[in-house]
Write a new protein. Structure first.
Length: 127
């Protein structure tokens, strides 16, 4: 913020020096208007008008970016909460893992297929 203030003061000093050095009168014709003023005043007015147009043109983009940033911050917070909940859930499951191993081994034994019976000579194909 101090840098912006310092730059604004430097710009004001430069504009004042410009105005003192360029005080010759000029005539400006815009459509059907005619304006006679000092060169410095005309140039500073056109600079101000250009800054105003720039601000009006860039405002929708700035507002859109701020809106999108707000949505992204909310989404990040939501994902962080979800990650934290899943971490707690994983810790709970890891704590229950030792007691689940015997049950898991029993299920594997039950699900294991029976080894195939040896083929007898009666069931062998004949030539």
């Amino acid at each position: 913020m101090q840098l912006a203030t310092l730059l604004a003061i430097c710009f004001a000093i430069a504009a004042g020096a410009f105005a003192l050095q360029n005080n010759s009168p000029v005539v400006v014709h815009v459509f059907f208007w005619t304006l006679e003023s000092s060169l410095a005043l005309v140039l500073l007015a056109t600079l101000a008008l250009g800054a105003l147009i720039l601000a009006l043109v860039s405002t929708p983009a700035v507002l859109r970016d701020r809106w999108q940033l707000g949505r992204q911050k909310k989404r990040i917070a939501e994902l962080e909460r979800l990650c934290e909940r899943q971490g707690v859930e994983m810790a709970g499951l890891a704590a229950r893992l030792p007691e689940a191993r015997p049950v898991q081994d029993e299920l594997r034994e039950e699900a294991a297929p029976e080894p195939p019976a040896p083929a007898s000579e009666d069931s062998a194909p004949r030539p």
